[in-house]
Design a protein around this ligand. Structure first.
Ligand SMILES: [Zn+2]
Length: 263
């Protein structure tokens, strides 16, 4: 599997992905917005785009569909619940469905509600697992729930699926928000030395060549995966004095999500 992460260089800091089969050169594009950039990269690498996948229905993940389809004839995949929300979806996906790219790439659909109700993540199940997670999970953070989402569902998605992924899983999100997210983690947990080292190393990074974190990193630097950490809990108490004496992981997650909304 060849993965090209493309930074859109826009206000929302979108990432697009080209996932290509090295045997056939066929490629799938995830969440195209900057169509020209995607087409240029595909051409430069000799890829033929045959599939478009939208992780969810927000405009900044689907607005390139029409132009991309016109230029390539690619088939559009999305969550089966997003078929009324995203125009011209050809294939609706449900949990466990497999999306193949060429002859060598196979990705499994995860049903991951929370950021929106109809959000799909894709996971490769090989020696080098990779998660294409749209706006459900970011490097060092998680998606908001303000535009059609639900924080309790987002917690369930993490609790039952994403937090269980193996350490070597690479995290490919829909936006470059890592610096802000690291700052939020450090504000929650001022004694998190690993997060401080990451922030120091990444502050000057070029988003066109962004660091790709792993689940091993995420468990150290993503506050939403550190729900039993004493510093995180004691710090939250300053903002949520009613937090229980021994809060559940769900309570901590929901408080963090709430705080992140106006942080
Ligand atoms: Zn979104």
């Amino acid at each position: 599997m060849i993965v090209k992460q493309l930074y859109a260089d826009n206000r929302l800091r979108n990432f697009h992905y080209l996932i290509a089969c090295e045997m056939t050169g066929e490629a799938m594009v995830i969440d195209p917005l900057d169509v020209e950039r995607c087409m240029h990269e595909a051409k430069a690498n000799g890829f033929k785009i045959t599939k478009i996948l939208n992780t969810h229905e927000h405009w900044d993940h689907i607005d390139g569909n029409t132009e991309m389809k016109e230029k390539t004839g690619a088939v559009i995949y999305a969550h089966n619940g997003a078929q009324g929300k995203i125009p011209d979806v050809d294939v609706g996906l449900k949990a466990g469905d497999i999306v193949n790219v060429g002859t060598s790439v196979s990705l499994r659909a995860l049903d991951t509600p929370g950021h929106t109700d109809s959000h799909i993540c894709l996971l490769t199940d090989d020696d080098m697992p990779a998660l294409f997670c749209g706006d459900t999970m970011f490097n060092a953070g998680v998606g908001h729930c303000k535009l059609g989402g639900n924080p309790e569902k987002l917690y369930d998605t993490f609790n039952r699926q994403l937090s269980l992924l193996p350490e070597n899983t690479l995290i490919y999100p829909g936006h470059d928000y890592m610096i802000n997210n690291l700052e939020f983690t450090i504000d929650r947990e001022p004694d998190n030395e690993t997060a401080k080292i990451f922030l120091g190393n990444l502050e000057q990074q070029n988003p066109h060549n962004a660091y790709v974190s792993s689940m091993k990193d995420e468990r150290k630097i993503n506050t939403f995966l550190r729900l039993t950490n004493r510093s995180v809990i004691e710090n939250l108490r300053k903002h949520f004095p009613d937090l229980s004496e021994n809060p559940t992981q769900k309570e901590v997650f929901l408080a963090l999500r709430e705080l992140r909304n106006h942080w």
